[in-house]
Design a protein around this ligand. Sequence first.
Ligand SMILES: O=C(CO)[C@@H](O)[C@H](O)[C@H](O)[C@H](O)COP(=O)(O)O
Ligand SMILES: [Zn+2]
Length: 191
Amino acid sequence: MIVDKINESIIVKKQMADDPAFVKTVEKTIALLVDAFQNGHKVLFCGNGGSAADAQHLAAELSGRFYFDRPPLPAEACHVNSSFLTAVSNDYSFDQVFARYINAMGNRGDILIGLSTSGNSTNVVEAFKTAKERGMICIGFTGSKGGKMKDLSDVHICVPSDDTPRIQESHITIGHIICEMVEKTLFGNVQ
Ligand SMILES: O=C(CO)[C@@H](O)[C@H](O)[C@H](O)[C@H](O)COP(=O)(O)O
Ligand SMILES: [Zn+2]
């Protein structure tokens, strides 16, 4: 059972590595983030549950530091202010929490990265709709079905699995690679 699960995770990652179209999509994401940061824009992340953890984890790699000392990058996860999250959920709706944050913080040229294994979490879908209205770039991290986020994503990182934990494990792998490459491209000569 344990070995089977480890092997399942490896197989999903191997499928991504062996798919040139998938690798190109990750390259495109890196280029978009580099371009956004170089032009003074920010990157916002959103997701629920394990994907909320991934969202704040990845934002912190960018806004804190990753492999080496360099200037911080403007990045944040939409759920990290618990007063905002509880008030907006209570006074409006949980479906609107990320959309309202995007309305407060997102500007034309900023990037929104939404992580959802189903691609159908309503608060992430609503955030994408709002981000598009505001002229932001939407990058969707999903599982193989893509759900509603498929058609709302400017770039769609679609992990070839239908198993929530296996999809999340690949999201964080790809997210780490993106953060590493963005840091290296922007500041590789700083060390
Ligand atoms: O971490 C896990 C499962 O591994 C859970 O917390 C999971 O993220 C939650 O059930 C989410 O609400 C699932 O949402 P989504 O991936 O479909 O957007
Ligand atoms: Zn989990």
